[in-house]
Design a protein around this ligand. Structure first.
Ligand SMILES: [Zn+2]
Length: 199
């Protein structure tokens, strides 16, 4: 239903662009905004803008970062030599939520998908090679989603490093095939990361 108030409708349309937000939820969010104090709305709008302007990608791993290098890359307490390779920065937050991974990450920013025209050159693979060489990486855990594209990508990476003295593993198959990390519970992710399998 189009609203007779164009501004209100415009805000509904903005909220509807967010994942998981339908018309009804968007309307509830708009009414919640209207109920906020003026200062609160200003802070909200400013934060939205600042997030977009100030958060970029970590130069080393491709994670979200507010400076050149993200907090995980610069954390000296992280285990050296262990890299977990993920599709998107948001996957890092899911894996960190499982609580027991102490290595660092590398974000591919996608997966191989020939049908969509995504080839190896479109992924963050050159920098992965550089990191393995320069950071003394001994194990790569490929935590791409358990989809055909995710599996193709993990196989490609394992071939890329075969004979290079790097162990390439995948989290054990507790994660259902065809699902996305986003929808798997913390316990399952944590166990799958602990008992990983060689590719
Ligand atoms: Zn980083």
């Amino acid at each position: 239903m189009k609203h007779e108030l164009p501004l209100l409708q415009a805000l509904i349309d903005h909220f509807r662009k967010l994942p998981g937000v339908g018309e009804k939820t968007a309307r509830r969010l708009v009414f919640a905004v209207l109920d906020m104090e003026d200062g609160e709305v200003r802070d909200f709008a400013e934060t939205l803008q600042q997030v977009k302007e100030n958060i970029g990608f970590c130069k080393r791993c491709g994670n979200y970062a507010e400076s050149e290098i993200c907090g995980i890359c610069s954390d000296k307490a992280r285990a050296e030599g262990l890299l977990c390779v993920v599709e998107r920065p948001s996957d890092i937050y899911i894996l960190e939520g499982s609580g027991n991974f102490r290595g660092r990450y590398h974000v591919l920013h996608g997966v191989l998908s020939p049908l969509d025209g995504v080839g190896p050159e479109d992924l963050n693979l050159d920098s992965l090679k550089t990191r393995v060489d320069e950071e003394g990486i001994t194990e790569l855990i490929i935590a791409t989603n358990p989809s055909i594209e995710g599996d193709t990508t993990s196989l490609y990476i394992s071939k890329m490093f075969s004979g290079e003295g790097v162990r390439v593993t995948r989290p054990a198959r507790g994660i259902p095939l065809g699902s996305s990390l986003e929808f798997v519970d913390r316990g399952t992710i944590s166990k799958a990361l602990e008992s990983r399998e060689e590719i």
